[in-house]
Design a protein around this ligand. Structure first.
Ligand code: 3H9
Length: 696
């Protein structure tokens, strides 16, 4: 008998308790244990079998670490069929999360009971596959096609109450899964209940499956798994159970063999690995309960909102009472949003805006905070003044953080007498919504201050990434490069609209020019002016047509006009006819004869620039691992999750081909397209970025 499933008798009931921490994933040993357990129960003459999970949860799904390897018998669909075919009454008792293959085991059982806090669902599409052990066949028989399509294609988790209403479970009871399961099984024995296989229920009624497929495909922006799952549900309506199972298995393996599946699983594990830095093992973070935020503009108000919503108290420092009140208005506006969505109630709203938030205009108000974040104007002199004042007033051990997006954190730290306490915490706007937090570690930042940054990120439910000091850190530095590659393509003949369309077809929520309009064209203008003032390398190609838009007062969405024209109060965009003219004028001025670009070439150049700069960022140690870059782009820059991140994408494309393309592009512009030494090294050694992730 396998250790992963412990067998025990409780009178007429054979108990199969899963013991495969941390989430009772259905690895080979667990599957074998279930099959052996049911056989033994039958042989011993038990009347019922109870299946439940020890520890935090029922089965949370198939073991994702086995994906991509040859499946080992017994296969999960056969395990579910074996349970279902048993002449004994099979009861599953669910607590924690019954997800994916976990819920499929429960659906293969004859009766299902759950604790009130249990959650369940079929989230397979979120990792690029679909239910592959009968989920698409059994669930529709229980809850109908329409609801099944919604549940399976969204991958959402359903609470016990809703599951009961839908008919996924038979009962909710308070207690341990073992206690409630034993009581339920005994009751069923006493009532002489019979096995109740879902597979023997009639086929559910169908719907217009082609329309459902198209609607889901459109919604998932090129991600294949949700739409493919619709075809599985279709089989439940149209085919006998056994043939439906076959169809499900074919579709499941179709998806298993896609790059999208690899990308999504890379994202799943990287999202969990990114906050676990080997260097922080055993380092205790400092306590953070009260924080200070300096500057209550959009960014500062967003940071304060995130902190308040996650149980911290906030002192908001502004230059004047009026500005402080305006900041409070912004925070209250953000919190209203949370109130509307039911994330907080009216009492909490009042508490957060009144008791948990203090307004101040004097630095003395920050003398007792545990951590302070400044979100003031992006100018080194201004930042230095702020940090000099913080150094004078903050208590010893307080963490002093800057939210700068590109300034040198070492220089900021050096102005204080406590550089070990200074760190960059780079939030992304709107800070109470965007998931990414870059934690910028300066030369002298103490390890427990880094640990505090990560602990704060966790409190605020962010995906935190460690970054080193350089212009733009990880994300904005890479952004500057791929954005430049796009600008070069415009000079050479592409249009912003073709570029946006090509990248949106690749999976980005918005193309780079639509993003510029959203962020405000003044931001890019300021960066170009700064770079020109600092002195650009004479070999660097500059573009100036967008300056003309800014000079005319067009900053994108906020002024109604930029690359696109926006109707008042709407985000619907139509190309701005002035833009091609401005571009044509710059081409003429620079004596460039425009050429045509295919959409494929646009994507390839854009991605090659992104990967090349990302490889430099990793090679220089600004990012510790390739997965740190991947998570930065995924959570801060709208990179399509199903490609896994730029470096996962690069691995899947093949690094030698990508390097070959970069070298070919360098024949036109050998200043911009300088191959990253790390990329050259990996190609020479026949290795991948993934190999570097494995170093831990
Ligand atoms: C499937 O079932 C296919 C079938 O339909 C058909 C098959 C033929 N496998 O998230 P946490 C690890 S597809 C392996 O931090 P939480 C995770 O990496 C599967 N490992 O905890 C982490 O490891 P580490 C469908 C897994 O409490 C640790 O467990 N199921 C798996 O915040 C703790 O995880 C899903 O997609 C797994 N399935 O959340 C469910 N799951 O400590 C995916 C987790 O080394 N899982 N690990 O970093 C989840 O959604 C969350 O993990 C869960 C717990 C809600 C369960």
């Amino acid at each position: 008998m396998s250790e992963a499933i412990q067998y025990e008798r409780a009178g007429d009931i054979a108990v199969l308790a899963a013991n495969n921490p941390p989430v009772n994933a259905l690895g080979q040993a667990v599957r074998q244990g279930l099959v052996d357990g049911i056989a033994r129960a039958e042989k011993e003459g038990a009347k019922a079998v109870l299946i439940y999970g020890e520890g935090a949860t029922y089965f949370a799904g198939a073991d994702i670490k086995e994906f991509g390897k040859t499946p080992q018998e017994p296969w999960l669909p056969d395990v579910c069929a074996r349970l279902e075919a048993s002449p004994l009454i099979v009861v599953s008792s669910i607590h924690g999360t019954a997800l994916g293959g976990g819920l499929e085991v429960a659906l293969g059982s004859h009766y299902r009971i759950a604790t009130p806090k249990a959650r369940m669902g079929l989230p397979e599409v979120l990792i690029g596959v679909m239910p592959g052990a009968g989920g698409t066949q059994r669930l529709p028989r229980l809850i109908g096609v329409e609801k099944s399509i919604e549940v399976i294609t969204s991958g959402r988790q359903i609470g016990a109450k809703e599951a009961l209403e839908l008919g996924i479970i038979d009962r909710i009871a308070e207690g341990t899964p073992r206690e409630i399961g034993l009581a339920y099984a005994q009751e069923l024995i006493d009532q002489d209940a019979k096995p109740r296989p879902v597979s023997e229920m009639p086929n559910p009624d169908g719907v217009d499956f082609d329309a459902a497929y198209d609607a889901v495909l459109k919604k998932s922006r090129g991600q294949l798994s949700p739409a493919t799952a619709v075809r599985g549900v279709q089989a439940a309506a149209e085919l006998p159970f056994d043939q439906g199972m076959k169809r499900e298995r074919e579709l499941f393996f179709e998806l298993m063999n896609t790059d999208q599946r690899q990308g999504l699983i890379h994202a799943f594990f990287s999202e969990r690995a990114v906050g676990k830095l080997p260097e922080l093992k055993g380092v205790e973070p400092r306590d953070v309960g009260d924080i200070g935020v300096i500057g209550g503009g959009t960014m500062g108000a967003g940071i304060a909102t995130a902190a308040l919503l996650n149980g911290l108290t906030v002192t908001m420092l502004e230059m004047s009472q009026e500005a402080a009140e305006a900041a409070k208005g912004r925070i209250a506006g953000n919190l209203q949003g949370a109130l509307k969505r039911g994330k907080i109630n009216q009492d909490q709203f009042t508490h957060l805006t009144e008791a948990a938030l203090t307004l101040a205009t004097d630095y003395g108000a920050l003398s007792n905070v545990d951590l302070v974040i400044e979100a003031v104007f992006e100018d080194m002199e201004v930042k230095k003044q702020v940090f000099t004042k913080l150094d004078a007033v903050c208590k010893p051990g307080a963490v002093l953080a800057t939210n700068t997006s590109y300034l040198n954190v070492n220089e900021i730290a050096a102005i204080t007498k406590r550089p070990q306490d200074v760190i960059g915490l780079h939030f992304f706007s709107p800070a109470h919504v965007m998931k990414l937090l870059e934690i910028v570690v300066a030369d002298k930042t103490a390890p427990d201050v880094v640990a505090t940054g990560f602990a704060l990120g966790k409190t605020l439910k962010k995906v935190s990434v460690r970054a080193g000091v350089c212009d733009g850190f990880i994300g904005n530095r890479i952004l500057a490069t791929y954005r430049t590659a796009a600008d070069h393509m415009i000079l050479d003949g592409a249009s912003p609209y073709q570029i946006d369309d090509a990248l949106e077809a690749f999976g980005f929520a918005m193309g780079p020019y639509a993003v510029s309009d959203l962020a405000g064209l003044d931001i890019g203008w300021a960066v170009r002016k700064r770079k020109r003032a600092e002195g650009m390398d004479p070999r660097a190609r500059d573009t100036n047509y967008a300056d003309r838009l800014c000079e005319a007062g067009h900053f994108g969405q906020k002024t109604g006009k930029g690359y696109y024209i926006y109707e008042k109060g709407s985000r619907t965009r139509t190309p701005n006819p002035d833009v091609p003219e401005l571009i044509a004028a710059e081409r003429a001025e620079k004596d460039i004869t425009p050429r045509a670009f295919t959409d494929d070439e646009i994507v390839r150049r854009y991605m090659a620039a992104m990967v090349n700069e990302a490889a430099k960022v990793v090679g220089e140690g600004i990012a510790r691992r390739p997965l740190d870059v991947d998570m930065t782009l995924l959570f801060g820059y709208g990179f399509p999750r199903y490609h896994g991140g730029p470096l996962k994408w690069a691995d899947l494309q093949g690094l030698p081909d990508l390097l070959g393309d970069i070298k070919r592009y360098a024949e036109e512009d050998d200043y911009f397209w300088q191959p990253a030494p790390l990329l050259e090294q990996l190609v020479a050694e026949g290795r991948t970025f993934e190999d570097l992730n494995k170093k831990g």
